[in-house]
Design a protein around this ligand. Structure first.
Ligand code: NAD
Length: 251
């Protein structure tokens, strides 16, 4: 505990799953946490965090939120959506929505929070840290039926590296996390959905589990542990990387 003491953090999509686990881990490590989600009620059970409704699809809402929160040391961009299907299943609307939610949301958040992060880095002498949620399904690996999802998560890695190099001498680091299959409410819904095509939920579960050479899916706190490290000063020499946490999926 105390690895993020004195640090101010913002986490998007903190209502459930990986975002929630990250917000909880940051609180446990002593950070002041601003947790947001489009569904305000999902944040209710989150203790000792400042909670707000935020739709990361809205540039206006994001700018107003950054203004309200003020300068921060840590920004974690988690909001994302998994579109299921191939290129032929993805029309223009699907394509634009996925890029808007999975990529442009990060652009909005970084533009809004970076000026404050630069000033915090100068003021505290410790680097500020941006952590973006990518995926193993990205430029790392092609996953079946993850056409536009994989494209967006590859873009997240490119965006991460671009920000990292631009601010490398100004005290702001930017890294990406690439999870494999992680238990979360939306993942459980994907298992149910796949169950309808493959015959049963158990069969679908087995398919998701067997993707990992480790023979299990990940748990959200296992992703949060890496976010804590990247956010903390322990990772002061680490920027511009995309780190898999995936039970060997991309091995
Ligand atoms: P999830 O999909 O279960 O929850 C997503 C959260 O995002 C919800 O609380 C939802 O209310 C919120 N949200 C949706 N639209 C929003 C918007 N416009 N503005 C703000 N919040 C919004 O959570 P998860 O499965 O842990 O996924 C979180 C992130 O991790 C996503 O970016 C996802 O792509 C990535 N990821 C997940 C897995 C996995 O297996 N679960 C694997 C790799 C990457």
């Amino acid at each position: 505990a105390g690895r993020l003491k004195g640090r101010i953090a913002v986490v998007t999509a903190a209502g459930q799953g990986i975002g929630r686990a990250i917000a909880e881990a940051f609180v446990a490590e002593g950070a002041t946490v601003h947790a947001s989600d489009i569904a305000r009620d999902k944040l209710d059970g989150l203790a000792r965090a400042k909670k707000a409704k935020l739709d990361v699809l809205s540039s206006k809402a994001v700018a107003a939120y950054a203004e309200k929160v003020g300068p921060v040391d840590i920004l974690v961009n988690v909001a994302g959506f998994v579109h299921h299907g191939t290129v032929l299943d993805c029309d223009d609307k699907d394509f634009d929505f996925s890029f808007d939610l999975n990529v442009k949301s990060m652009h909005r958040m970084i533009r809004a929070f970076l000026p404050g992060m630069l000033s915090r880095a100068k003021e505290t002498g410790a680097s500020a840290s941006i952590v973006n949620m990518s995926s193993g399904a990205s430029s790392i690996k092609g996953a079946p039926n993850r056409y536009v999802y994989g494209a967006t998560k590859a873009a997240v890695i490119g965006l991460t590296k671009a920000v990292a190099i631009d601010y490398i001498r100004q005290g702001v680091r930017c890294n990406a996390i690439c999870p494999g299959t992680v238990r979360s409410p939306s993942w459980e819904a994907r298992v149910e959905d796949l169950g309808k095509t493959v015959g049963s939920t158990d069969k679908a579960m087995e398919m998701f589990v067997s993707r990992q050479p480790m023979g299990r899916v990940g748990e959200a706190p296992e992703i949060a542990a890496l976010a804590v490290y990247l956010a903390s000063n322990e990772a002061a020499f680490t920027t511009g990387v995309a780190i898999p946490v995936d039970g060997g999926w991309t091995l």
